[in-house]
Design a protein. Structure first.
Length: 257
């Protein structure tokens, strides 16, 4: 796109456009989305991150943990906060947005043995506070696909597992989450390689996928990879039960415990 065309989309004159290009002047999230929408082949990596973060003066609750937790914790909460919808696939553990305090504590203490309370406590607090994105006054639509294995594995004891299942049912009944279950005996499901969350942007080109990797959480916003992962989401969804059947499935599990 030529500078003149970009200026027209942004409603800027030549002087303002020169300042924007040189980094002297900023661009609001609204104008950046307008610019991204006018591109025949958008570059979501740069535009997506800046539009989701809004202005440089935006400070969310996650900023309280800057210098306390690794940056990926803050980045995850910020991406969730700015998403227009959240879609998730989890295989081994209950989704973080649905975890109880005891469940989260059990996961962290197992995966990070020896972690001092000074580091464990803020991790758990941060995970619990992330729920505000689906429980707030203007909740973000949230859909998660959970493999049966994640519901059956006991990260702690029977009581914690029972409470966790009830927590998921409560979130469903309160309208905070749409949950789909993949039964262990489901045909045609070859896995999803790793847990992942799609944070939808105001336009598809501004989506971001958070995916577990051997080195931590990977933030994916390149268009070819996004298209591949969207296809994977659709395939996994086809292998899952309907929301109503999934709710009944969880009810049966609570009785088995």
């Amino acid at each position: 796109m030529k500078s003149r065309e970009a200026a027209a989309l942004l409603g800027a004159d030549s002087v303002q456009m020169s300042q924007i290009e040189s980094g002297v002047a900023g661009v609001s999230a609204k104008r950046l989305r307008r610019l991204a929408g006018g591109l025949p082949r958008p570059r979501p990596g740069a535009a997506g991150r800046r539009a989701r973060r809004g202005s440089a003066h935006t400070r969310g609750w996650w900023e309280e943990y800057r210098g306390v937790l690794p940056p990926v914790f803050l980045d995850t909460a910020e991406v969730e906060h700015h998403a227009t919808a959240l879609r998730e696939i989890v295989i081994t553990h209950v989704p973080g947005l649905l975890q109880t305090t005891d469940y989260a504590r059990a996961v962290y203490t197992y995966m990070m043995p020896g972690l001092p309370d000074s580091e464990l406590t803020p991790r758990i607090e941060h995970r619990m506070r992330r729920r505000c994105v689906i429980e707030g006054a203007e909740p973000t639509p949230y859909e998660t696909i959970i493999h049966e294995f994640a519901l059956r594995v006991r990260v702690a004891d029977r009581a914690v597992a029972q409470a966790q299942l009830h927590q998921i049912l409560t979130q469903i009944e309160d309208g905070h989450a749409t949950v789909r279950i993949i039964p262990a005996d489901q045909d045609g499901f070859a896995g999803a390689e790793a847990s992942m969350m799609q944070a939808c942007g105001p336009v598809p080109q501004l989506d971001t996928v958070l995916r577990d990797s051997p080195t931590g959480t990977a933030f994916i916003d390149a268009e070819p990879q996004l298209n591949q992962l969207r296809t994977l989401f659709r395939k996994v969804e086809k292998a899952s039960l309907s929301p109503a059947a999934s709710r009944d499935f969880i009810h049966r599990l609570t009785k088995e415990l």
